[in-house]
Design a protein around this ligand. Structure first.
Ligand code: SF4
Length: 352
């Protein structure tokens, strides 16, 4: 029997493309869901043949816009996972939802079929910023769906983007107080990054300087009531996204659907994998360990100093830089607050 694997299922459709988006998704609100789901079910069966009836600790429907997928197909996918694998009794079942593509009734239906965590792409509580970003919903719709999700008892998260050309520390402080007031126990705040081949990438925007961005990031630390547990993620203790934590800790996971990445572990070998059978190649233990260090150090709890990790890092660099890195009593390597701001430099010096 193979080890536990987390499952990521990619739903690559959106009602339209946001101006900053470089994710694998296309603007198509009403695709052939029947056929799409059939392919997803086939992939699940394929992996169950490869891995056996393994335990699944978390399932994450990401996108794209998974809230466009009609409930009956979400149910078919969960049923197939249940048949093919063993869904852990405490399984976290997350689904990403965009305001304007889901209502309270659909949320209730998702709850009835087992989804227990909703991650909402709110992005802003300011209508002008939403228009600037190319979002197709209003701040009011975002607030409504957050409230609906909370009132139905879902573990609820929302994503926000900051660092738009006009953003000031005062704006970020106001956003944080709005998040505090609405009662979320988890949220993600991402700095706007300009990717080539997006509408923003062709617009020559007057983006904030690195110093200004660092000031906005600092404002979040000061004003948001939720503690940071990863570079861009904040949650009350116990409300962290377990799926992401497992992935960042270096556990095995499978990506299902075109555009989904995975790292399955089969018969003592790690693989780099892409959904829809696009890629399945062995990777060395060393490569996998380095990935674990990179994602582990983004978490405030850091990375466990297991033997494989110890072999891959420069302890001399750690000892020379106590202002950047510390080893905790439970034998985890963590960045300090200062270290978190220069993570790329740390990784370039730390990893052998
Ligand atoms: S909703 Fe998300 S995945 Fe879809 S275009 Fe916008 S940012 Fe990209």
């Amino acid at each position: 029997m193979e080890i536990d694997h987390n499952l990521y299922i990619h739903i690559p459709f959106c009602i339209s493309k946001c101006k900053y988006c470089a994710f694998f998704s296309s603007a198509c609100a009403n695709p052939d869901w029947e056929n799409f789901t059939k392919n997803i079910l086939e992939e699940i069966k394929y992996w169950s043949i490869k891995l056996g009836k393994i335990n699944i600790p978390t399932i994450f429907f990401g996108g794209g816009t998974p809230s466009l997928l009609p409930e009956k197909y979400v149910e078919q996918i969960i049923n197939e996972i249940n048949k093919s694998f063993h869904i852990d009794d405490n399984c976290e079942l997350s689904l990403e939802a965009n305001p304007g593509t889901i209502n309270k009734e659909k949320l209730q239906n998702l709850k009835n079929i087992g989804i227990n965590r909703i991650s909402i792409g709110a992005q802003s509580f300011d209508d002008n910023r939403l228009i600037f970003l190319g979002r197709k919903h209003s701040a009011g719709q975002a607030i409504q769906i957050i409230n609906d999700s909370l009132s139905l008892g879902f573990r609820t998260s929302a994503d926000f983007i900051y660092g738009l050309p006009q953003d000031t520390p005062e704006y970020v402080a106001k956003l944080c107080s709005q998040i505090n007031a609405i009662g979320l126990e988890h949220c993600s705040l991402y700095e706007l990054t300009i990717e080539p081949n997006t509408p923003f990438g062709k617009m020559n925007l007057d983006m904030p300087s690195n110093e200004h961005m660092a000031q906005l990031y600092e404002t979040i630390s000061e004003k948001l009531c939720l503690p940071r547990y990863e570079v861009s993620n904040y949650a009350n203790p116990g409300q962290e996204c377990r799926h992401n934590q497992n992935v960042w800790d270096g556990e095995a996971y499978i990506g299902i659907g075109k555009g989904a990445a995975g790292r399955p572990f089969i018969k003592d070998t790690w693989y780099e994998q892409l959904g829809d059978n696009e890629k399945f190649e062995p990777i060395s233990n060393e490569t996998r360990t380095i990935e674990k260090i990179i994602t582990g150090l983004r978490q405030t709890r850091g990375v466990k100093l297991t033997e494989d990790i110890k072999k891959q890092i420069d302890f001399h660099f750690i000892n020379k830089n106590p202002d950047l890195l510390i080893i905790s009593q439970d034998d985890r390597l963590k960045t300090t607050n200062k270290g978190l701001l220069v993570l790329d430099y740390i990784l370039s010096e730390l990893v052998k």
